[in-house]
Design a binder for this molecule. Structure first.
Ligand code: GDP
Length: 459
């Protein structure tokens, strides 16, 4: 039953100034009316206007549970598109739990995680891509990621997918009509135009798919590996960049044996920073596992930060790392620049070629501003702009786009091989339905339940 009345605490667990209990469904008003009174002990909720808020008390029999503000939103003009009542309680976890129990004891049931947003989707108030954007807004941890989620909530993905689907549907309809009424409608006359349109739609889909790489960066941060031989200052730099003492810093070479991951926000973007075991040839079994892992992380990284200890000569370990930097996004951190240099910047440039080299001193805390600017220039400035383009950040959307691209390729092959047009419609229908999955038009209940179960409680 969709409209049974559900309730949950919609604000984070833990003590805070206010905590909100959201109640949604046909009986939302009736449920809260039983337990909410104004200062004259009158039950006033049934006569409250939509989109207004009233002051009063929550009562359990004669006992006052809390002093509250109650707001009422008549469906469909509410988050869920159902009648919704929100109770603003004091934000203590104990009082909130008592208030929620009271609501549940008076006719509501506890909402499942994501159920409020799921209802908004099932009632057609938002499409699936917008519902997923709600989840992304909640988990956004950088300015650019938030901006992108907001743009998705406003429907940029939805609109783009709808446009593509409209064009596909138009072509399917044309083919079907020509097959039904060959005397009046000729597909052959339209074929050239058909190929052009499918080519355009396919290119736009590929462009969306390509945006998913930037999307991952926006959502999860730039996957950044810190590499360098032991003692170059990797852990010290990680701590300097993170602004805390996350990694253990010691003077014994080879102590960072495992991988340390840290999410760091650099102004409006995030880095997912990975400190690896120093690369060096080693007999120590545990350390060598760390070194192998480090090599793997370097392969998968968006950005490699190669830390050079400028106070000692480059050795074979440095040469091995330098070998891994070919054709990769990398920044050289010329560290310990507070000491007398043994390696010169020119020497590094001779080995690596044109690259970003930044003088740093983890000890003196120097170089961070230039580092931030360089990362920004490499990844964001002029490259990612969520306010101007549609960027895919959701893996499910990415998979659906991949399927659509495959279907377009099949159409192309059918055209090239001179197959009859009913072959085209099968693949076009597949593309239409894959794209529909993104906005929730061709998804089954299991998938809907799975997507919404990933939400937090109260959303
Ligand atoms: P890792 O093995 O590459 O992670 O290196 P650590 O961060 O553990 O640093 C090794 C040693 O170098 C420690 O004694 C640090 O205090 C020192 N160190 C790190 N960065 C600097 C720096 O910029 N200047 C100086 N003088 N010492 C540094």
């Amino acid at each position: 039953m969709i409209n049974d009345t559900i309730a949950a605490i919609a604000t984070p667990a833990g003590n805070s100034g206010i905590g909100i209990i959201r109640v949604s469904g046909d009986d939302a008003k009736a449920v809260v009316d039983r337990i909410f009174v104004n200062s004259k002990k009158e039950h006033i909720l049934s006569s409250m206007e939509s989109h207004t808020i009233s002051y009063g008390f929550l009562l359990n029999g004669e006992e006052i549970i809390d002093e509250v503000m109650v707001s009422y939103f008549k469906g469909p003009k509410s988050f869920t598109a159902e009648d919704t009542v929100e109770i603003n309680c004091h934000g203590g976890s104990f009082v909130l739990k008592k208030a929620l129990d009271l609501v549940l004891g008076n006719g509501a049931r506890l909402a499942e995680p994501g159920e409020f947003t799921k209802r908004a989707f099932l009632h057609g108030r938002i499409d699936l891509s917008k519902a997923e954007a709600v989840m992304d807004i909640i988990s956004s941890d950088s300015e650019i990621s938030l901006k992108n989620s907001i743009s998705q909530l406003q429907g940029c993905v939805y609109q783009k997918i709808r446009d593509l689907r409209d064009k596909i549907l138009h072509e399917i309809a044309y083919i079907e009509s020509a097959l039904d009424d060959p005397e009046h409608i000729s597909f052959d006359d339209h074929k050239e135009e058909f190929v052009k349109i499918i080519d355009e739609v396919s290119k736009e889909t590929v462009k969306l798919l390509d945006s998913a790489d930037n999307g991952r960066i926006i959502k999860n941060g730039i996957r950044t590996v810190i590499a360098g031989k032991p003692n170059a200052g990797k852990s010290s730099l990680l701590n300097y960049i993170c602004g805390n003492d996350r990694a253990i810093v010691t003077t014994i070479a080879g102590t960072t044996r495992d991988i340390i991951e840290e999410k760091v926000r650099l102004d409006d973007i995030s880095l997912c920073l990975i400190d690896t075991a120093g690369i060096r040839k080693t007999e120590d079994v545990v350390e060598s596992i760390g070194v192998d892992k480090a090599r793997q992380y370097i392969e998968d990284a968006d950005l490699i930060l190669y830390v050079v200890d400028s106070s000692i000569a480059l050795d074979e370990n440095d040469h091995e790392i330098i070998g891994m930097l070919k054709n990769r996004n990398s920044i050289i951190l010329y560290n310990k620049s507070d000491l007398d240099p043994v390696v010169s910047i020119g020497e590094i440039q001779d080995l690596i070629g044109d690259t970003h080299i930044i003088k740093t001193s983890a000890l003196k805390q120097e170089g961070l501003d230039e580092f931030k600017k360089t990362v920004r220039d490499m990844f964001i400035s002029g490259k990612i702009d969520p306010s101007n383009e549609v960027i895919i950040t959701n893996l499910r959307h990415k998979e659906a786009l991949k399927e659509a691209v495959l279907s377009f390729e099949n159409v192309n092959n059918s055209v090239k091989n001179g197959l009859p047009e009913d072959f085209y419609t099968v693949d076009l229908m597949n593309a239409y339905s894959s794209l529909g999955g993104i906005i929730g038009e061709e998804v089954d209940d299991d998938l809907v339940n799975k997507i919404f179960s990933e939400f937090c409680m109260g959303k």
